[in-house]
Design a protein around this ligand. Structure first.
Ligand SMILES: N[C@@H]1[C@@H](O)[C@H](O)[C@@H](COP(=O)(O)O)O[C@@H]1O
Length: 260
């Protein structure tokens, strides 16, 4: 795993945006795996800005999002369909017909998961998967205990994940209890992964992901096995890593990359 430590969150976001833009410039019809969450907001802002300025075009991109809440229709304001339209799709030149998210409101979620997996495979597979990380080490909605070989399926959300995301729903009782999520095996199939983590609240999860044992207890630790995985971190998110000590000695207030 390549670990890129940047001095500030702003710089980490800028580096992650550069990596995405470089991939799309190199392969304009790239298949992108997309993530949601607060960490991604400034990253999408950068990508939209670059698109408006003509620095990158998503017109030929195909996208697959990691997850969606069970029971929510695409036009529900708390759905990830709504998030993606508002934050990214409607502000770029992307062809909406080539954007995909699992349908949360389908009658048969299990067959929706199979349909979604088949669609990803039919697209030729994901070239670049963008990821955030939950405070408990989840990726997508693969909560701790997720099988490392899992495919797209339904997961029960942990109480801490529901609390962390309840803001979008007003009260925790309005927050969905389940999600459809790409599996860890689905994510590991992507040809390249970029995980962005910023802020002190992610430090423990980031340390488990990079320096902990590969374990279903920290689903993100499975990314240690991926041959082309880059973790882009700010200094706060990196602060529990043993390699951060070296970073502070050798690169005070700078950017540094390490191979773990
Ligand atoms: N399903 C999403 C994840 O894909 C995301 O990585 C995580 C972290 O979100 P945040 O960036 O808001 O901390 O939140 C949700 O659980």
């Amino acid at each position: 795993m390549k670990v890129l430590i940047c001095e500030t969150a702003e710089k980490a976001v800028a580096r992650a945006a550069e990596l995405v833009i470089a991939q799309v410039r190199k392969k304009p019809d790239a298949v992108l795996g997309l993530a949601t969450g607060g960490t991604m907001l400034p990253l999408y802002r950068k990508l939209c800005e670059a698109c408006r300025q003509g620095a990158v075009s998503f017109a030929q991109s195909t996208t697959f999002n990691l997850d969606e809440y069970v029971g929510l229709a695409p036009d529900h304001p708390g759905s990830y369909h709504s998030y993606m339209r508002e934050i990214f799709f409607d502000q770029t030149d992307i062809d909406l017909g080539r954007t995909h998210l699992p349908r949360g409101d389908c009658a048969d979620p299990a067959s929706e998961c199979q349909r979604y997996e088949a669609l990803i495979a039919a697209s030729g597979g994901i070239d670049l998967q963008l990821l955030g990380i939950g405070q408990n080490g989840h990726i997508g909605f693969n909560e701790p205990t997720s099988s490392l070989g899992s495919r797209t399926r339904i997961k029960t959300l942990s109480h801490s994940t529901r609390l962390a995301n309840a803001g979008h729903f007003g009260v925790i009782d309005a927050m969905p209890r389940h999600a459809l999520t790409m599996g860890i095996g689905t994510i590991l199939d992507a040809r390249q992964c970029i995980l962005l983590a910023t802020g002190q609240s992610k430090a423990a999860a980031v340390a488990s992901m990079i320096e902990g044992p590969v374990s279903a207890g920290c689903p993100a630790s499975a990314l240690q096995l991926h041959p082309a995985m880059t973790a882009v971190l700010d200094a706060e998110a990196a602060s529990d890593l043993t390699l951060t000590d070296y970073y502070h000695h050798v690169h005070p207030l700078g950017e540094a990359s390490f191979w773990e």
